[in-house]
Design a protein around this ligand. Sequence first.
Ligand code: GUN
Length: 279
Amino acid sequence: MTTLIEGKTVAQKIFDNLAHEISLLEKKPSLAVIIVGDDPASKIYVNLKKKKAHELGITSQVIELDESVSEQELLKKIDSLNNDPAVNAILVQMPLPEHINPVNVIEKINPLKDVDCFHPYNIGRIATGNKSYVYPCTPKGIFRLLDFYNIPVEGKHAVVVGRSNIVGRPLAQMLLNENATVTICHSRTKNLSEITKTADILISAAGCPALIKKDMVKDGAVVIDVGINRKSDGKLCGDVDFENVKEKASFITPVPGGVGPMTICSLMCNTMDLFKLQN
Ligand code: GUN
């Protein structure tokens, strides 16, 4: 039997608890989002974050900067948010225009306000097996799903496909910290299917439609699909050939409605965690 991992439902439960917790607070958590330029996808994401924050009772501000803003100006803005005690969490929407070095921007954010968990200090804490102020949103969301469905990680072979700084790398470190045996695969991996076939937990974050086919999955594996790809008909699809793979998996996430809703959920939880840390 295959269980569908319903991220949308799990996220809603967490939102309900979070909204209740925030309603009891006199002072509310506060999130500042910086967006540079007018990338349409970024605008949609930022609006979603603003709307969700509002629904939960989180104070939010969106700072819109012109595409031509200098790196120095942006760093100055971050500095003023770092020094503003009314701001608990800072997010700079990526990607940034080419003339701005994202490394400088990420490293400017006070690690105590780094709601994305992009700062090398926070990522380094995780990489050295220590507790961090926060955890990256998508990996944290995946852990919440595994936890909700009582899926143990310890001693399991977890195969992560994809090595991005946002998902693959930190996720692999977090799985290792929970005593999984971890393999990271990527676009240059040889014999991908030989490796994925040995996974107890297979997580694909490659951004490649239908990369993971039925014959690449072990019977009874837990399959987590982080991919959000747009098909030619405009519909979303993941990295996993869902209809066929679901016949083999013990647990599987759909796209949409699986991992996706958990990412924004983690962002809101991180805002709350940073608020608590600072108060
Ligand atoms: N752009 C796409 N995803 C993200 C994210 O999780 N955080 C930020 N800051 N920018 C993004």
